[in-house]
Design a protein around this ligand. Sequence first.
Ligand SMILES: [Zn+2]
Length: 487
Amino acid sequence: MALEIYNVLHRTKEPFEPLHEGKVNMYVCGPTVYDHAHIGHAKTYISFDVVVRYLRYSGYDVLYVQNLTDVGHLLDTGEDRILKKARQAQAVPMQIVETYTRSYFEDMDALGVVRPDISPRASGHIPEQIKMIERLIEKGHAYVSKDGNVYFDVTSWPSFGKLSNRQIEEQQAGVREEVREDKRHPADFALWKIAEPEHILRWDSPWGEGYPGWHIECSAMAHKYLGTTFDIHGGGIDNIFPHNECEIAQSEAANDAEFARYWMLVGTLMVPDEFGIPTKMSKSLGNFYTIKDALKLHRPEVIRMFILGAHYRNPIVFSEEALDAARRGWERIYGAVRLTREKLRTAPEGEAGNAFLDTLEQARRQFISALDDDFNAPGGIAALHELTREVNILLNGEQPVGRAVLEAIDQTYRELGGQVLGIVPEEAESTSGSAEREEGLIRLLIELRAQARADRNFQLSDLIRDRLSELGITVEDRPDGTVWRIN
Ligand SMILES: [Zn+2]
């Protein structure tokens, strides 16, 4: 089976056919850089990280663009998020932008998220946005209001709402009172706003000094870097309306061509409320976690494992139990990787155990067919778990295992677990000094304990387990072998 993607635009799974063979142009809506990224961001960007990694693994040449919103993303009060933060921090807006852009990349790097090829900033693309707005006015899809603001005229674009399946009439009822009511239709959205005197983020334009509306940046920057029509547009499901809808309308109206061909939207990350019921994260409810908070408590691979444990389109609930389950799953897989790498150090040359290569091939096929099915990462993880069970049986068994098969096992984990999912570290925990030695000693004790059990010397095997437990090392005997973890 070849790759299929659930295209939100048509609400169906479709075979993926890029516009240009072997090449994928992809745009994902990036963060507004006015605060530290939260774990909801981790869900969105880890999901697309796996999409990009898998496309590359499948041989595609991917150009990945993800913007940084540093102007125009207003709060419901009409206030610019960046300006508000700048006022609170008594800093100039671009200091805020710089601080949180760095913080964002720091978090993404820590989570193993491969950086986009281009990270364009809205404030660096004002001329491109102005040009697009001019074209929309020329073509009768936008107008200048009596206050000098420029709005997109939704009534001029009958397919407005096609992504979220919303009709304009429906939307009218839900539209809140605008701060400035100078639009023709309540669903019309701002392309350019005239700046109030106190608004510092401002640029010259044919309509006076002001700033772009939020949505136009994505259309202008996607067009600049990926062309009029490109392959994949991604983002969080929460932005489907109005943001994504506005992007499509203004791009297709300005360019007379289809915008993105496949739309992929990631489900929301929820947190339990005080009654344990999943709810949206919110600072005011005190159930808000930044990525930095999460990284203090959990390994990045475990956070990835948790996020990839659900299909990207589904919502997930961030809880300690869920993270704990992810950690156990990860330790199981990583335990087998560690054991493989350890055995490799002293493995005999030769082809002993090579029948296992079939098992590896089967695991790889299972993994690929899961990921080909709309990037089904949980299916990919399930394939790794099945493989891990087999690997543990092989490596804990009596038969000798030669270097060739150990190398093949390691390579399979590196490609599927490392290169694609980003949950298997390149190197064993630490190659320097004490950590490696400690791990070797633990492994030695586990082996001695296994020998004691085989000799039915349960007094000794229990003693080893209890003493390890006192040192904070949990040993667990499972049907597929013994695993251990440092608590
Ligand atoms: Zn966007």
